[in-house]
Design a protein around this ligand. Structure first.
Ligand code: ZN
Length: 72
C-alpha cells in the first residue's frame, strides 16, 4: 500500500465513523420523537409532534391504546 492509498483508507475510515455518529444521532432523534406512528405507520402530524414530542403514535392509535388501557 503506498502512502496515498493509506491516506485514503484513513479518510474513508473517518468518514464511516462520522456517518455512524450521524446515523446514531438520527436514530436517537427518531426514538425520542417518532415521525411515524408506531402502530399504523402513518406520519404523525407536525402539530401533534410539537404538542407531544415523545408521542410514538398518531392521535387515533394513541386514543385506541388509552381506551384499551382504561377498559382493562
Ligand atoms: Zn397510528
Amino acid at each position: 500500500m503506498n502512502r496515498e492509498d493509506r491516506l485514503e483508507a484513513v479518510t474513508e475510515g473517518h468518514d464511516a465513523a462520522r456517518q455512524r455518529r450521524i446515523e446514531s444521532a438520527r436514530r436517537a432523534l427518531a426514538a425520542s420523537g417518532a415521525k411515524e406512528c408506531a402502530d399504523c405507520g402513518e406520519l404523525i402530524p407536525e402539530a401533534r409532534r410539537k404538542a407531544a414530542p415523545f408521542a410514538r403514535r398518531c392521535a387515533a392509535c394513541q386514543s385506541e391504546r388509552e381506551r384499551e388501557f382504561y377498559c382493562r
